[in-house]
Design a protein around this ligand. Structure first.
Ligand code: M6R
Length: 366
């Protein structure tokens, strides 16, 4: 059932285009610049009644939530809080009647996320979950659901489920923005057009010759890695770092590139591997100067740039050219490249990518 792949993780990475098509499927209302999310159970009037969203999750699902914050706040102009479930549940959180709480979980069984949901439900607040397992506890106990349709994910590292969580949030942004009027029909049409191209672009990204194996080979002895990104690429940096640490056991951290000067830059030397996410978005000039700072201090930079940008990565040891999918969706393609890099590191180190040590696919105990 690995369909010719050596492990589930690589199979699931390559299943992303089809998983995306399954999610997007027929929920797009193309003429209207809107989407149909029947499982939400919220009509336009109900959606208009919320003045805040609260996304609650753990691990990669929390990273997806962070991306969701950038995209929903930008498109819908509604404040979005993002909470780590294990912190949220014990904090006696403040949730007003006009807050929509959205737990995000691949498995639907994560203990902390489920406990957070129960805490919120106990206060009679509305909960809509984003979940990949339709008959899971989280899906069942929510008032509404956006099913991520990624299919069964067996590898412990979240890959296709993460991608579909982000797209589920993108769909929610369109629905919410159309209901509240912050997204015009034309803007909705543009967002849908970008989304429709995404599965093919993921396919293209998967086929690119990244030298992922060569990069991993060259840096196999590295013990530490930093991932830098700005804006919507900051949570992608966190996700890239988590992927590397959980399957290859290389210590890795993600930072907002602008935070470098506030501490992490002290770590930079020849032994520090630095992945820089540099799409051609509004932050490019700033990210380039962060990259310069790393290079000047002897850090070994692997730059991920947008296709056609020959300049940004010039001083890096390696440059990966990533297709362009617009400011909002390009980060997902960068993430696919980071998945492949982490995968190659782990395989060359001889690690079991599907069952990394000490980890379980679904964390059902605290
Ligand atoms: O099933 P969930 O999405 O609730 O799981 C949350 C985390 O345990 C999960 O994302 C974990 O961080 C993954 N191993 C990351 O690859």
């Amino acid at each position: 059932e690995k369909r010719g792949f050596p492990n589930y993780m690589l199979k699931e990475i390559h299943e992303q285009p089809q998983a995306l098509r399954a999610l997007i499927g027929d929920c797009l209302i193309k003429d209207e610049g809107d989407v149909l999310l029947e499982g939400l159970g919220l009509d336009d009037e109900a959606l208009r009644s919320f003045d805040r969203l609260c996304l609650v999750a753990c691990g990669s699902s929390w990273h997806a939530a962070l991306i969701g914050k950038y995209l929903i706040e930008e498109q819908c102009r509604i404040p979005v809080d993002v909470e780590i479930a294990s912190e949220f549940r014990y904090r006696n959180p403040i949730i007003s009647e006009t807050t929509l709480v959205i737990p995000i979980s691949q498995s639907g069984e994560t203990a902390d996320t489920l406990a957070a949901l129960r805490e919120v439900k106990g206060r009679n607040r509305r909960v809509v979950s984003i979940c990949n397992v339709i008959d899971s506890s989280i899906a069942r106990e929510s008032d509404g659901i956006i099913h991520t349709h990624a299919g069964l994910e067996i590898g412990v590292a979240s890959t296709k489920a993460f991608t579909n969580q982000v797209v589920a949030l993108y769909l929610l942004a369109i629905r919410l923005g159309r209901a509240t009027g912050t997204i015009s029909r034309n803007r909705g049409l543009e967002m849908i057009a970008d989304l429709t191209e995404l599965p093919d672009l993921v396919e293209k990204t998967l086929k690119l010759d990244f030298n992922a194996e060569e990069i991993a080979c060259e840096h196999l002895t590295a013990c530490d890695a930093i991932y830098l990104g700005r804006g919507i690429c900051y949570p992608v940096a966190l996700e890239g770092a988590l992927k590397l640490k959980e399957i290859s056991y290389v210590h890795a951290d993600g930072y907002p590139a602008g935070e470098m000067k506030h501490g992490p830059i002290a770590l930079i030397d020849r032994d520090m591997l630095v992945f820089v996410l540099a799409p051609r978005d509004r932050h490019l000039a700033k990210v380039r100067s962060n990259m310069e700072e790393v290079v000047t201090r002897g850090g070994r930079v692997i730059a991920l740039c947008s296709e056609g940008d020959e300049e940004t990565g010039k001083k890096a040891e390696f440059t990966l050219s990533i297709p362009w999918a617009g400011e909002t969706l390009s980060p997902l393609l960068f993430n696919v490249a980071l998945q492949l890099l982490a995968y190659n590191f782990a395989i060359l180190k001889g690690k079991d990518v599907d069952q990394p040590r000490n980890l379980a696919k679904s964390v059902t105990v605290e």
